[in-house]
Write a protein that binds this ligand. Sequence first.
Ligand code: FES
Ligand SMILES: [Fe+2]
Length: 385
Amino acid sequence: MDHPTQVSLSRTLLAMIEQRQTSMANDIFLNPVESYTSLDQQRREQQHVFGSRPLMIGLGGQLAYPGDFLTDDLSGVPVLVVRDNNGSLNAFINVCRHRGARLLNGSGNIAGAMICPYHGWAYGLDGQLQRLNPPGSFEGLSCTERNLTRLSVLEQHGLIWVHPTPGGQIDEAQTLGLLTHEVQCFGFQHYSHYQTRRLRRRFNWKVVVDTFLENWHFSTLHRQTVLPIFLPGISHFEGCGQHLRLIMPRRSIVELFDQPEEQWDLLRHSAIMYVLFPNTLLVWQGDHLEVWRVFAAGPRCVDQCLIEVSLHVPAAPTSAKEKTHWDKNMILLMDTVDGEDFQLAKYLQKGYASHAQQYLTFGRNEPALQHFHRAIRAAIDEGEN
Ligand code: FES
Ligand SMILES: [Fe+2]
């Protein structure tokens, strides 16, 4: 986010604080409970919302050096991303072309070739099969016919995007869309990956996104954790095409009242949520970035999801004090989101299945929730018409 935008948004936020206001939608919005419980809805989302969309896989800092790789299975497609010796990223389906074994697990660095654990076929970092083993057993076949199956990959302003379908193309203008310049200003390509946690939880994947889309529950649910840090009930919302941005001011933002505008640093005094439609959240947390990715746990798992959260920091810690600082951030994050929001969310899902009501009611003070669910609905409608 550039400085003129920070100043303009800070002015709006300070006025909101003085007038005790928050961004408001025009009307209340009724969201069908079925959206969280129906297998048919899940099927339509898979087809039209996720469909042929590229996946945001992570940040470039996770693959800083040649040979660094990561694997990712959350979308259901086994993806392998590796940085080659020229510094470029290659992405493949993580499946050996001999008899289909999984080539690599987890993340790490490979020096030289990627060796299949089953019979030892070796592939270069460019996915090319180096030798058909054992000699004489595959006569008539050439190595080039059994290279790894390539996926499109794009490294853009520090974010890595992979298209999960072979042959699928990534449109650079579409990934971040209206948020392109704003995300670019953060310089995430210089960030260092600190830690990743993965969770499997018993609620619909959209509940995870919903969790981040309003802050007026801070004064009830998060009294012991983040209420001392944030001003509850005040937030600035903006829809950015299918994506959105929601800014939640920290209590420290009132310091700006006493500073000249040229010194205003909104990034230090707020949490900024970006929903990269449909299932990725970039959460700017004052001095570092959280990335949340969420997926349905399987094609028939409407009430279970897989969640990944990663902490990315401006520079790798060089002292115990810096490490302690980032560890504390991870603990607060897990205590708040997993310990409070997700504990409550288990019962949300049970409540949805109880037939207590047909609709959830999103208030005028919940415009980000309205925008997200409208975008889901629109993507499905557009796909079906
Ligand atoms: S399945 Fe990979 S070498 Fe046989
Ligand atoms: Fe929360």
